[in-house]
Design a protein around this ligand. Sequence first.
Ligand SMILES: *Cc1c(COP(=O)(O)O)cnc(C)c1O
Length: 232
Amino acid sequence: MTRQEQVASGLEVVRGRIAGACADAGRDPGEVRLVVVTKFFPASDVRILADLGITDVGENRHQEAQAKAAECADLGLTWHFIGGLQSNKAAAVASYADVVESVDRAKLLTGLDRGAHERDRALDVLLQVSLDPPGREGRAGVDPDGLAALGTAVAAAGMLRLRGLMAVAPLGEDPASAFERLAGIRRDFLADHPDATWLSAGMSGDLEHAVRAGATHVRIGSAVLGSRPQVK
Ligand SMILES: *Cc1c(COP(=O)(O)O)cnc(C)c1O
């Protein structure tokens, strides 16, 4: 099998899963965008994905993302930055990313806004909300209690467009219950920010639960591209 055939068959499976989850949840599959997470995979895979009709790709490490986005600039893809972000890299990320999904503190906003200004293009922003219990090690995302204030700060930044929320299901918890909690957090958030309708949730292992909970974007890596190389 060629790499193109491998990726095509992974995509077919994932598209089928999304369609099935939408049917079960009574949702239109057109409401759920597939973001293929290409971290650790080469730019040649990004090209194959674009060939197969993928419009959105996700990366979680700045240097790798920057290089790949430059290499694939001719493809017109939408680049989602989904990883942990250092404030001194925020402006650089905004120079190539179209959506930054992992905004979890106000300290990032100045850099993101400046990067968007330099590019002369509004940047779509999602707030990453933590579904982990407080105090858990390696916890990423803003605490649900801090979401309202962070949302207000993003909305006040000139070049940032507050689009919605992003979350990762915690290890060791049933994703169904975690995403149900997320749906409640999102309901409250939408009351304050009615235009922030995007919800990025769901990975290869739990996309069905995320679709049920209202996800508008699923971030899928291994189910499309195979297991990630261990190198790097
Ligand atoms: C790597 C990654 C994904 C994709 O994970 P898979 O299990 O390979 O689908 C999704 N979201 C984030 C934030 C990631 O870092």
